[in-house]
Design a binder for this molecule. Structure first.
Ligand code: NAP
Length: 323
């Protein structure tokens, strides 16, 4: 079986940038980019904070261009999901169903996904009133009333963003205290379009039969009382989860499942396996920081291979001891 220099797992800004750098360094990377390649930018509309696009660019278009740039230098792609990995010995082994691939180094760039409430009705109405991205869908709610579920900085940020369009934004949170920073909470409180409903959880999303969201069923956490709350949109902003299920038994991770890398490096606990982008960063979570991290991962992999090759040459050059 062919043993490649590098397999990149994941096709978002981090994975494609790692591939671009690795391809230009002649590592002939294979990117197993996932069936739904592109990552979170595929559900984003205008990206206006990526340097080099002064007029902004659509998220999916940007990912097409990232991918094309990596392809230009010889990256190979598999548009499917990795189903299993074995990093216990080298070469590392990566499976897509029954197909196995082997490599001397691996860059993990599987990103993170928006958390869902876990309701059947929520899934049924995704894209029909239930959304996870105010930046993407906020403009569809001009002069409408919306609910934001969550109590962290994301919920506050999304709520404030939505006040640009919506006539009223209700933040529904399961506790009376907010996880969000004081400054973000104060900003939301100061906005006259924002209302707070606590301590409530969303127990059902209404409108499944009509195929369009008409409200949310809320339950008071303290009293158990249930009320139906009419709304035009539900923005779920309850955080993100790293896509690390495949790696948890092999790579060091924190309590939330984010992969742990050495300081100022993308190295994981297994030499030759690197982690880049949102899969190891829950703080910045930006396309540009993910891309930067992808670049670091490729450089780390390249140096790792070069150092190893150096040792190999040293070993070959060393005088043989005859017994
Ligand atoms: P987060 O801090 O983990 O907050 C998630 C919120 O959702 C919490 O309030 C949590 O409630 C609630 N929640 C979680 N699961 C829930 C469920 N199943 N049902 C109902 N509520 C649920 O996530 P985040 O807000 O996305 O922020 C992530 C990180 O990014 C944080 O470090 C944050 O500071 C940072 N961030 C910063 C900014 C900014 O500064 N501009 C903007 C966005 C994000 P509990 O509090 O009860 O657990």
């Amino acid at each position: 079986m062919e043993i490649r220099d590098l397999i990149v797992i994941g096709g978002g800004p981090a994975g494609y940038t790692a591939a671009l750098y690795a391809a230009r360094a002649n590592l002939e990377p294979l990117v197993i980019e996932g069936f739904q390649w592109g990552g979170q930018l595929m559900i984003t509309s205008d990206v206006e904070n990526y340097p080099g696009y002064p007029e902004g660019i659509l998220g999916p278009q940007m990912m097409v261009e990232f991918r094309r740039q990596a392809e230009r230098f010889g990256t190979e792609f598999i548009t499917d999901d990795v189903t299993k990995v074995d990093f216990s010995e080298r070469p590392f082994r990566v499976w897509v169903g029954d197909d196995e691939y082997q490599a001397r180094t691996v860059v993990v760039a599987t990103g993170a996904s928006a958390r869902q409430l876990g309701l059947e009705s929520e899934v049924a109405l995704q894209g029909r009133g239930v959304t996870y991205c105010a930046t993407c869908d906020g403009a569809f709610y001009r002069d409408r009333e919306v609910v934001v579920a969550g109590g962290g900085d994301s919920a506050m940020e999304e709520a404030l963003f939505l006040t640009r369009f919506a006539s009223k934004v209700t933040i529904v949170h399961r506790r009376n205290e907010f996880r969000a920073s004081q400054i973000m909470t104060d900003r939301a409180r100061a906005n006259e379009k924002v209302e707070f409903l606590t301590p409530y959880i969303v127990v059902d999303v209404l409108g499944v039969d009509e195929g369009k969201l008409s409200g949310v069923r809320l339950q008071n956490v303290d009293t158990g009382e249930v009320t139906d709350y009419p709304t035009d949109g539900l923005f779920v902003a309850i955080g993100h989860d790293p896509n690390t299920k495949l790696f948890l038994d092999q790579l060091e991770h924190d309590a939330a499942g984010y992969l742990v890398t050495l300081p100022r490096s993308t190295e994981t606990n297994i030499p030759g396996v690197f982690a880049v982008g949102d899969v190891q960063d829950h703080t910045y979570r930006q396309a540009v920081t993910a891309a930067g991290s992808g670049c670091m991962g490729a450089l780390d992999a390249e140096r790792f291979l070069a150092a190893e090759e150096g040792h190999l040459h040293d070993a070959l050059a060393a005088p043989r001891v005859e017994s």
